[in-house]
Write a protein that binds this ligand. Structure first.
Ligand code: MTE
Ligand code: MO
Length: 525
């Protein structure tokens, strides 16, 4: 009698087809382990710090009562983090084993338990500060890998009991389970290692940035006197880095260490130039308050921020390269291939167009273009503010298209004069009497000369303007309104220093920026 004949024999006891008790437990542990390893790889590849394991650990630390923290530090000293990770490893092993055992009895229940665990991890990721939807990608990837692996491995470890003769199903082989388990374990180990490696790249860039924070000696930005009217509810004149809007096409920030960075200046030039970070910084850093805004900003929107930028005038760098007389544009390129086309004359007309290395007294944050970005007063970001910039190609507008111009946006992007009401906010209820109506207005490099407010389409009233250090920043304004009970409509318009009155004509952002008056409806009680 052959083996297969034995298995097919009705006399064979059903228990023959059951694997050992520990096999499904091992299957659960390995499936979970592989899922978490995949999360490490994905997080590393995306340059995200918050893997499910890290996030759960950090949440645990934050939620730990003080006495337990003290106890942990007392017992483990500076090894308290290692102790936490070891503890998490033990808990995850136990949970994985339980999930595996559960899945071997009722597969659906096991899969639900594993999903619940990942959802908890996702919630932990979500409640970390500064996380976005992209930070959930590693956890989702963990689920996509862990759940099928669980189902597959548990199937091999403990196939359904065969109470009756099932000649069509061969008896499971112990060896096939062990092979599958071994492969899973191997992948998990390789994945974890790869994830660490990829994560180290981000850590290397952060170290590079920390070193510069010490060596660059950037100025501490004191807000210039009189620029901030400090009206309750209005945005501060200086935008803190963590509140500065972020717009780019990068799913995760390009990771470039300052020591690896170079800028190539080429194209229609007499003299091709390549600069490294120290050479650039050595050309002489200047500090300038500049307001940056996005062409996609709607009327009344907040895709705008104002910061003290430290950098080298782009004109100085272009002067080294000596552009040809018939060139009219600079195509800048970022490390991840994004491009912008900027008029050459704007870059060389004496305005403070910078290759910036510092923002509000810190080295550029990774999200805002570390180690070097462009910023050009008077132009929207999409035609000028290349982050992670590595290349300036002197060229002609009739010879190239940039990232957004191939997608229908205007070739030139001068900032349109605009104004915004910050307080009172839309649909706010305010008390009758004196109400501070306040906000900002901007027309970078031209400057704001007047701001007017009107109520219910009545006469325009001049607002009081705050001080500004130059024409390159936004300008705060306030108007004291004697508010009478009822529903009212507030509108604002600005006038530039060169005499342009902000148009009431409404335009949406595409293709060259929104226009129209910001209008806010409020109720006075
Ligand atoms: N490399 C790169 N630089 C870029 C972009 C981008 O997608 N990639 N977006 C631009 C746009 S549209 C704007 S409005 C500004 C925004 O800069 P911020 O994110 O620092 O506010 O960056 C510009 N620089
Ligand atoms: Mo933008």
């Amino acid at each position: 009698m052959t083996d297969s004949a034995t298995a097919a024999s009705p006399a064979a006891p059903p228990s023959v087809s059951r694997g050992p008790w520990w096999a499904p437990a091992l299957a659960g542990v390995l499936a979970l382990g592989l899922g978490l390893a995949v999360a490490e790889v994905v997080a590393g590849a995306l340059g995200r710090a918050e893997t499910p394991v890290v996030a759960v650990g950090e949440e645990f630390i934050d939620l730990t009562p003080g006495w337990l923290k003290d106890f942990a530090i007392e017992v483990f000293g500076t090894n308290d983090k290692t102790a936490l990770l070891v503890g998490m490893g033990i808990v995850l092993t136990v949970l994985g084993a339980l999930i595996g055992l559960l899945a071997s009895r009722r597969k659906g229940a096991g899969l639900v338990a594993a999903t619940v665990l990942l959802v908890i991890a996702g919630l932990a990721v979500n409640s970390r500060p500064d996380t976005t939807m992209a930070d959930l990608v590693p956890t989702v990837a963990a689920g996509i890998v862990a759940l099928p692996t669980l189902s597959w491995l548990v199937g091999k470890a403990a196939p359904p009991q065969q109470a009756t003769s099932t000649a069509t199903r061969p008896a499971p082989s112990r060896r096939s389970f062990l092979t599958a388990a071994g492969v899973t374990a191997g992948l998990a180990v390789v994945g974890t290692g790869l994830g660490q490696l990829l994560g180290a790249r981000r850590a290397g860039v952060e170290t590079s940035r920390d070193d510069l924070a010490a060596s660059l000696d950037l100025p501490r930005p004191d807000v210039p006197t009189g620029t901030d009217l400090v009206v309750d509810g209005a945005e501060p004149w200086r935008t803190p880095n963590q509140d500065f809007y972020r717009i780019d096409t990068a799913l995760s920030e390009p990771l470039v260490r300052a020591e690896d960075w170079t800028l190539r200046v080429h194209g229609m030039v007499e003299n091709e130039v390549e600069l490294d970070y120290d050479q650039l910084a050595g050309m002489g850093l200047v500090d300038r308050w500049l307001t940056l805004n996005c062409v996609s900003n709607e009327v009344g929107g907040n895709l705008i921020g104002n910061a003290l930028w430290t950098g080298v005038p782009i004109a100085d760098v272009l002067a080294l390269a000596r552009p040809h007389a018939d060139a009219d544009a600079v195509r800048s390129r970022s490390q991840d291939g994004w491009t912008a086309g900027t008029p050459l004359d704007v870059l060389t007309d004496g305005r403070d167009a910078l290759l910036a290395v510092g923002m509000n007294g810190d080295p550029l944050p990774l999200a805002h273009g570390f180690p070097v970005r462009m910023i050009v007063p008077g132009l929207y970001g999409y035609v000028s503010a290349t982050k992670w910039v590595v290349e300036l190609e002197v060229s002609r507008f009739d010879q190239f298209n940039a990232y957004w111009t191939t997608r229908g946006w205007a070739e030139r992007g001068p900032v349109k004069v605009a104004s915004r009401i910050d307080v009172p906010s839309s649909r706010a209820h305010v008390s009758a009497g004196t109400v501070a109506v306040a906000g900002v207005a901007w027309a970078q490099h031209r400057g704001i000369e007047a701001v007017e407010v009107r109520v219910d389409e009545g006469d325009w009233n001049a607002a009081r303007l705050a001080a500004v250090p130059s024409t390159d920043t936004w300008r705060q304004w306030v108007w004291e309104w004697d508010a009478q009970p009822g529903e009212h409509r507030l509108q604002v318009r600005a006038t530039t220093a060169d005499g342009e009155v902000q148009t009431s004509e409404q335009a949406s952002p595409a293709p060259d920026g929104a226009s129209g008056w910001h209008t806010v409806d409020v109720t006075v009680d």
